[in-house]
Write a protein that binds this ligand. Structure first.
Ligand code: FES
Length: 159
C-alpha cells in the first residue's frame, strides 16, 4: 500500500496535537520583542584592544595610551578565540567579564559611561561593571574572570 507523506502526516498527528503545539511550547520560548528593544541610551561603541591568549591568560599593558588608562574607562579585549569586556572602575582595579549577553546570546559591545553600564543593543539589557544585571530582560549576570594588576600589566585568567 502506498501512503503519501500528506496522508501519513494526517493519520499520525491528530489535529488537536497541532493546535496545542504553540500552547505547549509557548512558555519555553523567550520573546525577542518583549521589552527594551532599541535602548534609548545605548552609550558608545567600545574601543578594542587586541591581545594574545597564552597559557590560559590574556596580558595587556595599561600605559597612558591604553583605552583603559583612565579610571571609569572600558574596552573590549579581543584575543584569538574570543573577547572579554574590561573596565577600570578605580585605581589599579580592573574587571573582566564575558561579552555574551545572558538573555539571548548577543555580543555586548557598548558602554554607557554616564551610568557605568555595559549595554546590549539587542533588547536593551544593561550590566554593571562587575557583570551584575542592572536592567533586564536579561535575568542572569555576566561571567566574571579573575584579574591581577601589577607593573602596569593586567592579566585576565580566561581558563
Ligand atoms: Fe536580549 Fe541581550 S540578547 S538583551
Amino acid at each position: 500500500m502506498n501512503v503519501t507523506r500528506r496522508e501519513f502526516f494526517i493519520k499520525t498527528i491528530p489535529g488537536a496535537t497541532l493546535l496545542a503545539l504553540p500552547i505547549t511550547l509557548g512558555p519555553f520560548l523567550e520573546s525577542c520583542n518583549d521589552q527594551g528593544t532599541n535602548p534609548t541610551n545605548p552609550g558608545s561603541t567600545l574601543q578594542t584592544i587586541n591581545a594574545a591568549l597564552a597559557n590560559g591568560s590574556v596580558v595587556i599593558n595599561i600605559d597612558s595610551s591604553s583605552p583603559l588608562a583612565n579610571t571609569g574607562a572600558a574596552a573590549i579585549v579581543n584575543y584569538q578565540s574570543g573577547s572579554v569586556l574590561v573596565d577600570h572602575p578605580a585605581s589599579s582595579t580592573f574587571n573582566a567579564i564575558s561579552p555574551i549577553c545572558t538573555h539571548q546570546g548577543c555580543g555586548i559591545n557598548n558602554f554607557d559611561s554616564k551610568t557605568s553600564q555595559f549595554v546590549c543593543l539587542c533588547h536593551g539589557s544593561r550590566f554593571s561593571v562587575d557583570g551584575q544585571v542592572a536592567q533586564g530582560p536579561a535575568s542572569a549576570g555576566l561571567h566574571k574572570y579573575q584579574t591581577t594588576f601589577s607593573n602596569n600589566q593586567l592579566t585576565i585568567k580566561i581558563v
